[in-house]
Design a protein. Structure first.
Length: 383
């Protein structure tokens, strides 16, 4: 199985914390869509060229991210799906996700989306409290956040996920608990929750540096992460990846492909692709992307991962999941020396209660999840 990610680089308003590639100008939208379809033509053989008689690759997930994909009209989305279906087949249960802002999800928009192949909505709510939304420069209101879920359900969408952000200086612990209780009342099958991070060259980083915004408190962030783990578990959600929770069996198929090393094709500026230990990423510049595609050129940087890099990546991604790191898998794919390296490196973390060993699996404890990246880096291979 394989997946496709499509990056739509347009937003109505810039969130202060965002460091993804996007533009708040829609001037290039039509030219971008034209080139996106052309890129799909150029990449039709990415998984195996159907012209050579190999048949269409079957997709089990398509994910439209951004930016704000819900900014597109129904006919524009239809054009994208029509072009993809020329070269790739959709599995009967193909998960097709559209990221959406609450303010875009009117009754009419949702009715049109329901007639499209989209069968899963990822709604960027972030918070149900106005001060948090103002701090992040989100365009929607708390009322629109609640309405978007209600309208989506009335339109017939049941496979829903929402994004939340914790650790904002405007959000005290009681407000964070209230956000989570609201999610539980909505009875959503999936929730993604991210700690607010201050990325370089974002508006938030500049504002904090100039004293125009309050800085993030790491202790508060850690505390709210622990609150989330406790409350999510109490509601029966599986914490199947550091930032993702789901009812049993309702995990994001597309995101799982990233964490399990499955091949995926990225279309659009800044989109990443991966196949057979090789990674590509497109230009993070919409104007240059358009100019390049119009010349029939796919301008992407490429990286061929070494065995050590593939090992380190497996350590990083597998530890983030509830299934953990398989020592047996490491031995089969990288040899006994690296398996023993991991066992030795894990001992101190196990002693400190950050890791646990179950059979041949290494798993993060709840305490260890706070330090996931640091623990993984401690286990990286050193020649």
């Amino acid at each position: 199985m394989a997946g496709i990610y499509i990056h739509i680089p347009f937003c109505r308003q810039a969130c202060h914390y965002c460091n993804f590639h996007f533009s708040v100008s829609l001037r290039q939208k039509e030219a971008f869509l034209e080139c996106l379809l052309q890129e799909a033509d150029m990449q039709k053989g990415f998984f195996g060229d159907p012209v050579q008689g190999k048949g269409k690759t079957v997709l089990d997930s398509i994910y439209l991210g951004g930016g704000t994909p819900s900014i597109l009209e129904a006919e524009q989305l239809a054009g994208i799906f029509d072009r993809i279906s020329r070269y790739f087949a959709f599995d009967d249960s193909c998960e097709i996700t559209l990221e959406a802002n609450p303010d875009d999800l009117s009754r009419d928009k949702l009715s049109a989306l329901k007639q499209s192949p989209v069968n899963r909505l990822s709604i960027g709510i972030q918070s149900f409290h106005a001060p948090d939304l103002a701090y992040m420069n989100r365009i929607h209101s708390p009322a629109q956040a609640l309405e978007s879920v209600a309208f989506a359900r009335k339109a017939g969408f049941e496979n829903l996920t929402v994004d939340l952000i914790y650790g904002t200086p405007t959000m005290r612990d009681p407000q964070w608990r209230e956000n989570l209780r609201t999610v539980f009342e909505l009875d959503l099958p999936h929730v993604s929750a991210y700690a607010l991070t201050v990325e370089n060259r974002t508006a938030l980083e500049v504002m904090i540096r100039k004293g125009q915004a309050v800085a993030v408190d790491e202790e508060q962030t850690a505390r709210q992460f622990e609150i989330m783990l406790e409350l999510m578990a109490g509601q029966g959600y599986d914490h199947y990846e550091i930032s993702n929770f789901a009812r049993p069996g309702q995990y994001s198929r597309h995101n799982l492909s990233y964490w399990t090393g499955q091949p995926y094709l990225g279309l659009g500026p800044s989109a990443h692709s991966y196949k057979n230990g090789q990674r590509w990423w497109n230009l993070s510049n919409t104007s240059r992307y358009i100019a390049s595609v119009r010349q029939g050129i796919l301008s992407a940087e490429t990286e061929v991962l070494t065995a050590a890099q593939r090992f380190d990546e497996y350590v990083m991604t597998s530890l983030r999941t509830m299934w953990g790191l398989s020592l047996r898998h490491v031995e089969e794919n990288w040899g006994v020396q690296r398996m023993e390296w991991l066992q030795a490196g894990a001992r101190e973390h196990i002693r400190r209660g950050l890791l646990m060993k179950q059979g041949s699996q290494l798993l993060l404890t709840d305490k260890g999840k706070l330090f996931a990246d640091r623990i993984a880096s401690d286990l990286f291979w050193i020649d």
